[in-house]
Design a protein around this ligand. Structure first.
Ligand code: NOJ
Length: 714
C-alpha cells in the first residue's frame, strides 16, 4: 500500500478537510494575524497548510507540530508570495518582462526559490500570468504586460526557475500559475471588478500563458478572484474542470485565492458558505485559502448528499501527492536546513543589479542627452523619488521589507564621487504642497544636467491599487514644469526618470524632457542600476512590454488590435479615430532605445511557400550606425493577409538579440515553425489556414519601423 493510500485509509473527515485548508500563520509578514493562532489546529490535524510565514525557525517550529504532534504526522505545505524576489528584491515582473531574456527570467526565479527555500518555504504563489492591456489596473505591475506570446515564454521560464527539475530538491519550490484567468480584463481597470471578454480573446490572449505553465509542469494553480462572463473563476467548471483538468491534463493542486470561496456569496452565486464550498469543490478547487468554507461547509454538504466523499478524497490525494513530490514526508526540514553563505547573497545582489539595469527602458534620448558627459561637474537630482529608497522596492516586497535598497541619489553619489550632486525633493509624491518647487528649480543654476525623478509610490500599483488617472500624482507635473522651464532657460538638459508599476500617461513630460527613462520599480539595486545606465557604464536594453497611452481614453491600448473596416485615414472623416488624440500610443510595445543606433536591412525569409510541418528561417542585417556599442533586441511579428477571422494587426512570434560595436554590421537569425501560424478558425478550432502571411521584423511594434516579406502557407 502506498503512503498516500495508507494515510487516506486512516484519515477522518476532519483530517481530510484539514489537508484542504490553508491558513495565515501567527508569523505573518504581510499584516496582522488574521486566523488567530493555528497551533492547536495543526496538532489536531485540522489545518494542513499555511501561508504568510517567514524564516526557517518559525517554519520548522510549525512543521514540528505537524510531524511530531499530530496523529498522522502529515507535514504542512507552507507558501508565500514571491512576486519579484524574496529577500533580495528584483525589478517588478512588468519591468523584468521587458528584458526579453528567458535565461534571466529563469535565473531570478531560481534565486528567489533559493532564498525562499532557505527560509523554509516549499511553495510560492507565483508566477502571475495576467496579461494586462489596461494601465489603470494596479496589478499590471505584477504581470507580463500586454502580450500573450511573451506571457507564455515567461510562464515557462518562471516555472523552470522556481521548480527546477526535481521538486524534492531542498532548493525547489512549487510554483503557482495565477490568477486563472483573464483577471487583467477587469471592467474599466477597476480591481476585483467583473470580467467580460469573448471566447476568442480568452483562447487567443489569456489562456496560452496558463497552457504554457501547465506544459512546463507547474505544480499548482490559483483561480482569479473575479468572474468571467458571469461565472466566478473559483466556481468555473468549464474552465477549471473541463479545460484545465480535462483538455490540459493538469492534475496538480488548485488553491483558491484569499477568502475567494466565501466571496462566492458576495458574487451572488452561492447562498451561504455551504453552497460556496460545494461550488468550489465541484469546480475542482483543492485548497481553501482563508475562507474556512471547506471545514465548515463540506461536512454539511456531505451529509446533504451535495458532494461525495470521493470528490473530497480526490482533492486530498492531490494535496498529499504534492507534499510527497516536494519531499516533505521524507524530510520536512530539508528546506531551510542551512543558512545561505554571505557570498551567495552577494552574488544574488550582483544579479539583481544586472537585471535592474537591463530593465530600464530609455523611451527618449534627444541629441544624445544620455549618457551623461563624463566631464559633468554638477548634477541636480530632483523630485520625490530621487531619495526614496523604500519606494525602489516596488509593490510586493514580501520578506524583503527590511532589506536596504539603493536610491537614485545614493547610486549616483556612489558612482560619481567627484561630482557635485545636489538634491531637492521639490514636492512629496502625492501632497498638494507646492512650497518646495521654487527652491528645487533654483538648484539647477550652474548644473550640467538635471535628473528629475518622478512617478508613483510603490503601493500605488499592485493589488487593490487601480488608478482612474494613471498620471503623475500630486504636484509633480508642476514641479516638472518649473524645473524644466528653469533648466531649459539656462540651456541645461533634463533627464526624466519615471518610477511606476504601469505605463503612465505623460505626454507633456515626453515632449519636454530631453531624455526619458522608464525605471518601473527596480528592486534593491535600483539606484546603482540607474547610475550604471545614465553614466554609460551600460547601454540601456529594456523594452516596454506595454503600450504607453497618450490619453487615458485610449485605454485599453495594445499593439495586437484587430483591423477596422474603416482604418484611420486623416483625409476621410468616417474612419476609426478620435477627434482629440492620435490613435497611436505614445510609445509602442517593444519600444526602447539604446546608446547605439541600429539600421535594419535585407530581411530574408525562406522558404517562400511553407507547409504546416515546415520551419521558416528568417534573417535580417543590422548595422550600428551610432557612436557607442550596444545590444539591440529584434522582434519578429506576423500578420495573416487574408483570413476568415479578423487577425490582430501584428502578432509577436519571436525575438533575438545582437550586440554591435559602432560601425559594425551583423545579422540576426530567427526560426519560426509554421505550425505556430495556426489560428483559431471561425468555430474557435485550431486551423492552419492557407494563404499569404506577412513576416515583419524590427525594433518594436511600431508599424513604420518594420521590414516585411510575404510568404505563402500552402
Ligand atoms: C491575494 C492575491 O490576489 C494573491 O495573488 C495572493 O497570492 C494571495 N492574496 C496570498 O497572498
Amino acid at each position: 500500500m502506498s503512503r498516500i493510500d495508507n494515510l487516506m485509509a486512516r484519515m477522518t473527515l476532519a483530517e481530510k478537510l484539514g489537508q484542504l485548508t490553508m491558513t495565515a500563520s501567527s508569523y505573518t509578514v504581510t499584516g496582522p494575524v488574521i486566523a488567530g493562532d493555528s497551533t492547536q489546529s495543526i496538532i489536531d490535524g485540522t489545518i494542513g497548510n499555511l501561508l504568510n510565514m517567514v524564516g526557517a525557525g518559525p517554519v520548522h517550529e510549525m512543521q514540528r507540530l505537524a510531524v511530531e504532534k499530530s496523529r498522522l504526522r502529515i507535514p504542512l505545505l507552507i507558501g508565500l508570495d514571491i512576486i519579484h524576489g524574496h529577500r533580495t528584491l528584483f525589478p517588478i515582473p512588468l519591468a523584468e518582462a521587458g528584458v526579453f531574456d528567458e535565461n534571466l527570467w529563469e535565473r531570478t526565479a531560481r534565486e528567489a526559490a533559493r532564498e525562499g527555500t532557505a527560509d523554509g518555504l516549499a511553495m510560492t504563489f507565483a508566477p502571475m500570468l495576467d496579461v494586462s492591456r489596461d494601465p489603470r489596473w494596479g496589478r499590471t505591475a505584477e504581470g507580463p504586460g500586454e502580450d500573450s506570446w511573451l506571457n507564455a515564454r515567461i510562464a515557462q521560464a518562471k516555472v523552470r526557475g522556481f521548480q527546477g527539475n526535481d521538486l524534492s530538491s531542498p532548493e525547489a519550490m512549487a510554483a503557482c500559475a495565477k490568477h486563472f484567468v483573464a483577471y487583467g480584463g477587469v471592467t474599466a481597470g477597476r480591481e476585483y471588478a467583473a470580467v467580460d471578454i469573448s471566447e476568442r480573446n480568452l483562447r487567443e490572449v489569456y489562456l496560452p500563458g496558463f497552457a504554457a505553465a501547465v506544459h512546463a509542469g507547474v505544480a499548482t494553480l490559483m483561480p482569479a478572484f473575479t468572474d468571467l462572463n458571469g461565472v466566478p473563476m473559483t466556481a468555473h467548471i468549464p474552465l477549471l474542470r473541463d479545460w484545465l483538468r480535462g483538455e490540459m491534463g493538469f492534475d496538480g493542486v488548485i488553491v483558491s485565492d484569499y477568502n475567494a470561496i466565501a466571496e462566492l456569496i458576495k458574487h451572488g452565486v452561492a447562498a451561504d458558505l455551504v453552497d460556496a464550498a460545494v461550488l468550489a469543490l465541484k469546480a475542482g478547487v483543492d485548497i481553501d485559502m482563508m475562507a474556512d468554507a471547506y471545514r465548515k461547509g463540506l461536512p454539511i454538504a456531505l451529509e446533504q448528499g451535495r458532494v461525495t466523499i470521493e470528490e473530497i478524497d480526490a482533492s486530498v490525494r492531490r494535496v498529499l501527492r504534492l507534499k510527497e513530490q516536494l519531499g516533505l514526508f521524507d524530510d520536512p526540514y530539508r528546506r531551510g536546513a542551512t543558512p545561505e553563505p554571505a557570498a551567495v547573497v552577494a552574488r544574488r545582489h550582483a544579479l539583481a543589479r544586472d537585471v535592474a539595469r537591463r530593465a530600464v527602458v530609455m523611451l527618449k534620448n534627444e541629441r544624445d542627452t544620455l549618457p551623461l558627459s563624463a566631464a559633468a561637474k554638477a548634477l541636480c537630482v530632483i523630485g520625490p523619488l530621487a531619495d526614496a529608497s523604500t519606494e525602489m522596492k516596488g509593490p510586493w516586497w514580501g520578506a524583503g521589507e527590511h532589506e536596504p535598497a539603493i536610491s537614485v541619489l545614493a547610486g549616483l553619489r556612489a558612482a560619481l564621487p567627484q561630482t557635485d550632486i545636489r538634491h531637492a525633493p521639490g514636492v512629496a509624491i502625492e501632497s498638494d504642497d507646492e512650497s518646495g518647487i521654487e527652491a528645487a528649480a533654483r538648484l539647477c543654476d550652474g548644473a550640467d544636467a538635471v535628473l528629475l525623478c518622478l512617478g508613483e509610490r510603490a503601493t500605488m500599483s499592485g493589488e487593490a491599487a487601480s488608478r482612474a488617472t494613471p498620471a503623475l500624482p500630486g504636484r509633480q507635473q508642476a514641479l516638472a514644469e518649473a524645473v524644466m522651464a528653469r533648466a531649459h532657460a539656462l540651456g541645461i538638459p533634463v533627464v526624466a526618470i519615471l518610477f511606476s508599476g504601469r505605463p503612465l500617461v505623460v505626454p507633456w513630460l515626453s515632449e519636454h524632457a530631453d531624455a526619458l527613462l522608464a525605471a518601473w520599480f527596480l528592486g534593491v539595486e535600483a539606484g546603482h542600476a540607474i547610475a550604471d545606465v545614465v553614466t554609460g557604464q551600460v547601454s540601456p536594453v529594456g523594452r516596454t512590454p506595454m503600450s504607453w497611452p497618450r490619453a487615458v481614453g485610449q485605454v485599453p491600448i495594445f499593439y495586437g488590435q484587430r483591423p477596422s473596416g474603416r482604418p484611420m485615414n486623416p483625409a476621410d472623416y468616417f474612419t476609426s479615430k478620435y477627434q482629440d488624440v492620435d490613435n497611436t500610443p505614445l510609445y509602442a510595445f517593444g519600444h526602447g532605445l539604446t546608446y547605439g543606433r541600429f539600421s535594419y536591412d535585407d530581411l530574408q525569409v525562406a522558404p517562400p511557400r511553407v507547409r504546416e510541418q515546415d520551419t521558416l528561417k528568417i534573417s535580417v542585417s543590422l548595422r550600428n550606425v551610432g557612436a557607442r556599442e550596444a545590444e539591440e533586441t529584434v522582434f519578429l511579428f506576423v500578420r495573416a493577409k487574408v483570413s476568415r477571422v479578423t487577425r490582430p494587426l501584428l502578432e509577436l512570434k519571436g525575438y533575438a538579440k545582437l550586440r554591435l560595436k559602432p560601425g559594425e554590421a551583423g545579422s540576426v537569425d530567427l526560426e519560426l515553425r509554421a505550425a505556430e501560424l495556426r489560428l483559431l478558425g471561425p468555430d474557435l478550432q485550431p486551423l492552419f489556414e492557407t494563404g499569404e502571411v506577412e513576416i515583419l521584423v524590427g525594433p518594436s511594434a511600431e508599424q513604420t519601423g518594420l521590414l516585411r516579406q510575404t510568404i505563402e502557407l500552402c
